[in-house]
Structures are given as structure tokens and as C-alpha cells.
Ligand binder design. Structure first.
Ligand SMILES: C[S@@+](CC[C@H](N)C(=O)[O-])C[C@H]1O[C@@H](n2cnc3c(N)ncnc32)[C@H](O)[C@@H]1O
Length: 200
């Protein structure tokens, strides 16, 4: 990533108090996010062990319930089944997972690279959605900040971040787009892991 791009990828320095307020309000969650969860769930095989970070209303959880070994966590748990977790500040739950799933979360992190590094250490695959920038023009960044997004990676930036840590992009599914973003479901895997299903 260029220094310019790094500079453009400003993170807003604040504690997550405001985030907690937002995500504690069910009206902040959008019904159409369920279709993103549906797309992501197609990439998860039966019997996979999953840690989902950012459960929200539980759309993804409902899709894998009964066919996967699932643990859900969120900054603001909205139900008793979800563990409290700030992925930026807290240690991740102990154990290793086939998948860590994070849908619509990375955009809201103050230090996403540090969170990804922590996540990469605890699983074999990371399935996430991200609204990547097409270009980091000031007006685009302004729209993203209005949305509450705190970072501005291109898809190439995310791939570079992963590759620096020995991970690679295994699959990408387009989801939606707008002038300030192109959103995809991205499946990363540890480069030293084969694609063979190790659960057989
Ligand atoms: C846009 S919502 C997405 C919810 C759900 N994944 C979906 O796709 O419907 C963002 C979610 O990320 C959670 N979140 C935000 N910051 C977080 C953090 N630092 N640690 C854990 N979860 C966080 C919020 O509480 C919220 O549930």
C-alpha cells in the first residue's frame, strides 16, 4: 500500500462509546443485510466450526444453525446467546476455528489491520464482507465517514494486508455497489493450508 493510501486510510481516534450506542439500537440494522448473510453462508461447509464477530440480529447465525459448530460475539450483544466482545480491545475466545466470519464489521473498526492480525492467528479461514473504495477522493471519504465507516481500503489493499501475513484471497463474491464503494464477500485462507476439507 502506498504512503498516500495509508494517509488516506485515516482512522478516527475515539473510543467505541458511540459505536455501542449505535449498535444497541435495533433500528440501525437493515433487513437487506440478510441477503449478504445468505451469500456468505454459501461458502461455509457443513460441520465447520465458526466464530462470528458482529452477530447483530443473527441473520448469519440462523443460516448455519444446526449444521455448524457456531459461537457468536458482538460489541453489543442483542441476545443472550451472543458473547460480549470488542474485537479491537479484547482477546478472542480461546480455541481455534475453521472460520471467523465478520459481515459488515471491518468498516467500523478503528484499527482494522490489528484486528485482522489477531483474527488470522486463531482460524484457518476468514470470511468477511467489505465495502472497498474505488478511489480515495476527498468526497468519497466524506460519504464513507457519514456512513460511519472509519477506513478506506481497496480490495487490493485488503489482499496485500492478508498476503503480508501469509494469507491469500481464496474467493470473492460481488454483493452490491454505490459510487463510494464496491462490496464483496471475501474468503481468505492461510496460504500454508491446502484447500482440502480437513474435516473429513
Ligand atoms: C453493520 S452491523 C452488521 C451486523 C451483522 N453482521 C449483519 O451483517 O447483519 C455491524 C455489527 O458489528 C458490530 N461491531 C462493531 N464494532 C465492533 C467491534 N469492535 N467488535 C465486535 N463487534 C463490533 C456491531 O455491534 C454490529 O452488530
Amino acid at each position: 500500500m502506498s504512503e498516500d493510501k495509508r494517509a488516506a486510510t485515516k482512522v478516527k481516534c475515539s473510543n467505541s462509546g458511540g459505536d455501542r450506542h449505535r449498535w444497541g439500537d435495533r433500528d440501525e440494522y437493515r433487513d437487506f443485510w440478510a441477503s449478504r448473510a445468505e451469500l456468505a453462508a454459501t461458502l461455509v461447509p457443513d460441520r465447520a466450526s465458526i466464530l462470528e464477530i458482529g452477530v447483530g440480529l443473527g441473520a448469519f447465525r440462523a443460516l448455519v444453525a444446526g449444521r455448524c459448530d457456531y459461537l457468536g460475539a458482538d460489541l453489543v450483544p442483542l441476545d443472550e446467546a451472543t458473547a460480549p466482545l470488542d474485537v479491537e480491545l479484547d482477546p478472542l475466545p480461546s480455541g481455534t476455528f475453521d472460520f471467523v466470519v465478520m459481515l459488515g464489521v471491518l468498516e467500523y473498526l478503528h484499527a482494522p489491520e490489528a484486528a485482522l492480525a489477531k483474527i488470522f492467528a486463531t482460524c484457518q479461514r476468514v470470511l468477511l464482507s467489505y465495502c472497498a473504495v474505488r478511489e480515495t477522493q476527498a468526497e468519497v471519504v466524506a460519504i464513507r465517514r457519514e456512513r460511519g465507516w472509519l477506513n478506506d481500503y481497496s480490495r487490493a489493499d485488503l489482499i496485500e494486508i492478508a498476503e503480508r501475513r501469509g494469507w491469500r484471497l481464496q474467493q470473492a463474491l460481488p454483493y452490491n455497489e454505490a459510487p463510494d464503494f464496491v462490496q464483496s464477500i471475501l474468503l481468505f485462507e492461510c496460504a500454508s493450508q491446502g484447500l482440502d476439507d480437513r474435516r473429513t
